[in-house]
Design a protein around this ligand. Structure first.
Ligand code: ZN
Length: 156
C-alpha cells in the first residue's frame, strides 16, 4: 500500500473537534434549543463554551421578548469591559457568531438554525439605521461589522 501524506490521513480521520461526540456525552446539560448531539458537541470541545453559548442565546431571546412593537438597540454603558459590552445586543450577536465559527460541524449547523430564527425576529422588530455612524460599518481595527450593527439605536 502506498504511503499517504499525513495531511490526507488527517483529513480522513478528522480532528477531535470534527467527529460526532460519543454517546456518553449525550446526557450533558441541554444548551438552549440545540438538539442533544449538537449540545454535546458544544460541551465537548472546550469547558465553559456551552454555558457561554446558552447565556448569549438567552440574552438574545430576552431582548427579542421585550414587549411593544419596534425594538431599539441600546449601546453599552461601558463598551470596553467584556461584561458590560454585552449590554449591547449587537455585541452579543457578534460573540455568538464568533463561537459558532469555532464549533464542530454538527453544533455549528444546529446553532446556525437557531440563530436564523432569532435573526429573522430581530429583523422584524428592529429598524434599519438610515445613516449609521462610521463605527457601525467597521470596528476600531478596520474590520467590517456585521449587519446587526446597522439597526436603529435609541438616542443617547
Ligand atoms: Zn463595565
Amino acid at each position: 500500500m502506498p504511503r499517504r501524506r499525513p495531511g490526507a490521513l488527517r483529513a480522513e480521520r478528522g480532528t477531535y473537534e470534527d467527529r460526532r461526540p460519543p454517546a456518553w456525552t449525550r446526557p450533558l446539560p441541554p444548551v438552549d434549543r440545540l438538539p442533544p448531539d449538537a449540545a454535546a458537541a458544544a460541551h465537548w470541545g472546550r469547558p465553559g463554551r456551552a454555558a457561554e453559548i446558552a447565556e448569549l442565546l438567552s440574552r438574545y431571546r430576552s431582548f427579542l421578548r421585550r414587549p411593544g412593537g419596534t425594538l431599539l438597540l441600546g449601546p453599552s454603558p461601558c463598551p470596553g469591559c467584556p461584561g458590560c459590552a454585552r449590554e449591547d445586543i449587537a455585541v452579543v450577536r457578534d460573540e455568538l457568531a464568533e463561537l459558532q465559527r469555532a464549533l464542530p460541524p454538527v453544533a455549528r449547523t444546529a446553532l446556525g438554525r437557531v440563530l436564523r430564527d432569532l435573526d429573522a425576529r430581530f429583523l422584524r422588530r428592529t429598524l434599519p439605521d438610515p445613516a449609521p455612524p462610521a463605527d457601525r460599518w467597521a470596528d476600531w481595527r478596520g474590520r467590517p461589522r456585521a449587519w446587526w450593527h446597522r439597526r436603529l439605536y435609541e438616542d443617547t
